[in-house]
Design a protein around this ligand. Structure first.
Ligand SMILES: Nc1ncnc2c1ncn2[C@@H]1O[C@H](COP(=O)(O)OP(=O)(O)OP(=O)(O)O)[C@@H](O)[C@H]1O
Ligand SMILES: [Mg+2]
Length: 288
């Protein structure tokens, strides 16, 4: 028996209050995220999701003013004892607004930027860019383009590729589709599916679109005004629809429809995670 692998992220009794605010944004959060897990974080607006993920990559407390109690250890680094730059190499962060992340003139420069800062050899940089573009399905023709000429979904894929190329142990995406139109959203979810398959890292996604995250996640976390109310695999998490609704988390229509059938005693199986699965259940009930 070897040593027990240390988790990707460990949050221990974390309290955080932004300077100038009366209330704590995080109130005694305890969480363990294992290596290789795909985690979905949900919760109503202003419930502290962004604050929590910023604490995981050290932006909090290092780049924000406020009061912190407790501890966050990300990939073995106590976030208070390391700089944001040190942590960012191991814990990548993709913002909802990809524009805010772009620093350079072309997609190629954007993808190379972090890698050059890491001091990697040219060959390695080229290989990593090719690899990141493959996962995010960006064609080579994009390389010469300025990021601002791309569509929203393409921009977000470039932002994800730039983080991915650094091969971080953990990738955090904070509502990566919230600024996008439906096509852009589905482009980004295709990338998440691809990440799940081909990149054996820890992935943490804050997302409102539950229909997309439900079947991808190993574990769902409900954050409710600074507190973690529930941590469970999607099957269990979505099984209690009334609990989610009570806390302003709105599951996809198809889940709600099946939940109603169950309440009426017409069905007694699990809540479907995928749309097609739900349609099948409804068809069977109608046929019976
Ligand atoms: N920079 C800041 N300074 C002061 N208060 C802040 C700051 N950022 C967030 N807050 C407050 O902290 C609380 C949690 O906000 P946070 O942005 O983490 O929530 P969220 O769940 O990400 O919300 P949303 O769904 O709108 O993205 C809110 O009350 C918010 O007003
Ligand atoms: Mg947020």
């Amino acid at each position: 028996m070897g040593a027990v692998a240390e988790p990707a992220i460990k949050v221990e009794d974390l309290w955080w209050k932004y300077e100038g605010r009366k209330d704590w944004a995080l109130k005694g959060v305890n969480l363990t995220i294992e290596r290789g897990e795909f985690v979905g974080i949900v919760g109503p607006n202003e419930s502290g999701k962004t604050t929590l993920v910023m604490a995981m990559n050290g932006l909090i407390p290092n780049n924000y003013r406020g009061v912190m109690k407790g501890r966050v250890v990300s990939v073995g680094m106590d976030t208070r004892e390391h700089t944001t730059a040190e942590i960012a190499r191991r814990v990548g962060f993709v913002f909802s607004d990809p524009e805010s992340q772009f620093l350079t003139m072309t997609v190629e420069e954007e993808l190379a930027f972090g890698l050059e800062n890491m001091g990697l050899p040219v060959e390695e940089i080229r290989d990593r860019i090719r690899w990141a573009m493959e996962i995010t399905r960006l064609d080579e023709e994009f390389l010469e383009k300025p990021p601002y000429e791309l569509s929203g979904g393409q921009k977000q894929r470039v932002a994800i590729a730039a983080v991915l190329a650094m091969k971080p142990d953990v990738i955090i995406l904070d509502e990566p589709t919230s600024m996008l139109d439906p096509i852009g959203k589905s482009e980004v979810f295709d990338v998440l599916v691809q990440l799940r398959r081909s990149y054996n890292a820890t992935i943490i996604v804050v997302e409102h679109r539950l229909e997309d995250i439900a079947y991808l996640a190993d574990k769902m976390i409900l954050l409710y005004y600074g507190e973690v109310l529930r941590v469970a695999p999607p099957r269990e998490f979505f099984d209690n629809i009334p609990f989610l609704l009570k806390h302003y988390v709105y599951p996809p229509e198809i889940m709600i429809a099946v939940h109603r059938l169950r309440e009426e005693g017409l069905y007694d199986g699990p809540i479907p995670l995928r749309f097609e699965e739900g349609v099948k259940i409804i068809e069977e009930v109608l046929r019976a």
